[in-house]
Write a protein that binds this ligand. Structure first.
Ligand SMILES: [Zn+2]
Length: 104
């Protein structure tokens, strides 16, 4: 099993950086970056940068959304209370405090 993935950014190989340069004089190329694998499982196992991740997401957004389409709004039950509080200068004010409803 290889210990790296190629960056999945669709335009990774078009960025003009020295670390992407490969080949000998006269036949140089810009190559997709390798992404080292470690214990972190997530986007940085497949993308060398946020820019490459964003490029991938923007190019394939229709397919990505098709994995788990959202057809209804989600809701989180909360309690809303008005709480009297005091500024550092002693002046009192009312603030809204939002807390989660414990459904257990
Ligand atoms: Zn990349």
């Amino acid at each position: 099993m290889s210990s790296f993935n190629w960056c999945h950014g669709p335009t990774c190989h078009t960025n003009d950086t020295q670390d992407r340069l490969r080949g000998v004089k006269g036949s140089k190329v810009l190559r997709t970056r390798k992404v080292k694998q470690n214990t972190y499982i997530g986007m940085f196992s497949y993308f060398c940068s946020n820019g490459c991740y964003n490029s991938f997401a923007n190019k394939y957004i229709a397919q990505i959304i098709a994995i788990a389409p959202r057809t209804e709004a989600l809701e989180t039950p909360v309690n809303v209370d008005k709480v009297q509080d005091t500024y550092y200068n002693g002046q009192s004010y009312t603030r809204v405090e939002i807390s989660r409803v414990d459904n257990n």
